[in-house]
Design a protein around this ligand. Structure first.
Ligand SMILES: NC(=O)c1ccc[n+]([C@@H]2O[C@H](COP(=O)([O-])OP(=O)(O)OC[C@H]3O[C@@H](n4cnc5c(N)ncnc54)[C@H](O)[C@@H]3O)[C@@H](O)[C@H]2O)c1
Length: 320
């Protein structure tokens, strides 16, 4: 397959590109390298990989790679609530304007497939005891989630049958990647338990689903392998067992990090609280995860304790 991956140098993109190359596919990455491009050093000389260093808005820089055999995976975005708060104009320009431009180009070139990576944080708040399904109402609580919802609606209500699209609403991702991120809950808790010996946890009982970088990339690959089954579908990506309260993540960290203190604070600014149901992707695409939260805690602890990552406070590992 020919696959164009936007956001190729990012936390998920760099894992996905490596995985697609291993499977024998031809991959073009498009990325403006906001956090550098070291994540692609391992594949930059691969004979089936090309990198276009460009803003996705500037479609003229990569239009030559798109034809009726091209599968497009759109990961490029300003990612996360803090980053979207810090860069509101860039968030709207990339996550909405540039993404629509890319979708229009995909339609014009009759691209084989368009996978739009969205987020379960679109659900925002789900009543206690309930799990959001793909049919549940969306309550985006940040500019980041609002922009993701806008593109989902654009695909469903405007693009409709004009393109073979799929929306993947990812759980919050954890684990290692060629571009590590330490601003995501599981990785952040593990890092600070080790380096500070203390965690301060705000709103400890809030719930959210989590997924490993490898399993996030596997879900994209599965959509590309099952273009008809995934056509015009929205899927939550994760596993019912991986809805974790922050307090449960702390328990997982305790098994990997022997000695640290925890302070729980019953208030905080991030009000997102949502458990999610993942039956649809399992029943339609046969998707199953291969890793669980404790695996991510263990690998992040290993990377820090072993000196594999010596500079976890490097700004390259944070989105805001
Ligand atoms: N990480 C998560 O927990 C998570 C959860 C749900 C959904 N997602 C989605 O997955 C996708 C990837 O997330 P990530 O964690 O890998 O983020 P990331 O920030 O690590 O990667 C994003 C990449 O996009 C690039 N980029 C940003 N704006 C660009 C532009 N205008 N033109 C070209 N490149 C641009 C950046 O340079 C970066 O390499 C995003 O769409 C995000 O919304 C992520």
């Amino acid at each position: 397959m020919k696959i164009l991956v936007t956001g190729a140098a990012g936390y998920i993109g760099s894992v996905l590109c490596g995985m697609l190359l291993e499977e024998g596919h031809t991959v073009v990455g498009v990325d403006k390298l906001m956090y550098g491009g070291k994540s692609l050093l391992g594949i930059i000389n691969h004979p089936r990989f090309s990198l276009v260093n460009s803003d996705i808005y500037d479609t003229e820089n990569y239009v030559q790679y798109i034809d009726s055999e091209t599968n497009i995976v759109n990961l490029a975005a300003i990612v996360g609530e803090p980053a979207s708060k810090k860069l509101p104009e860039e968030t709207t320009r990339t996550n909405v304007d540039a993404t629509k431009k890319l979708i229009k180009l995909a339609i014009e070139k009759k691209a084989a497939k368009f996978v739009f990576v969205s987020t379960c944080s679109n659900y925002g708040l789900v009543p206690e005891g309930e799990m959001a399904t793909e049919e549940s109402e969306l309550h985006p609580l940040s500019l980041y989630a609002e922009t993701k919802v806008q593109i989902e609606l654009y695909l469903k209500d405007v693009v409709k049958e004009a393109l073979n699209w799929t929306v993947l609403r990812f759980s919050t991702v954890y684990g290692l990647s060629p571009r590590p991120r330490f601003d995501l809950t599981v990785n952040d808790f593990t890092l600070h338990a080790i380096t500070d010996g203390k965690l301060v946890i705000f709103l400890p009982k809030t719930n959210r689903p989590y997924i490993h970088t490898i399993d996030a990339a596997r879900a994209v690959k599965l959509c590309l392998e099952k273009p008809e089954e995934s056509k015009h579908q929205v899927f939550n990506v994760g596993d019912n067992t991986q809805n974790y309260r922050k307090i449960d993540i702390v328990e997982a960290v305790k098994n990997a990090v022997p000695d640290f203190d925890v302070e729980y604070v019953e208030k905080g600014h991030d009000l997102r609280d949502y458990a999610v149901n993942f039956d649809k992707i399992s029943s339609i695409l046969g998707y199953e995860i291969t890793k669980k939260v404790p695996d991510g805690v263990n690998e992040v602890a290993f990377a820090i304790n072993s000196g594999m990552i010596k500079d976890p406070n490097n700004p390259e590992y944070y989105n805001a």
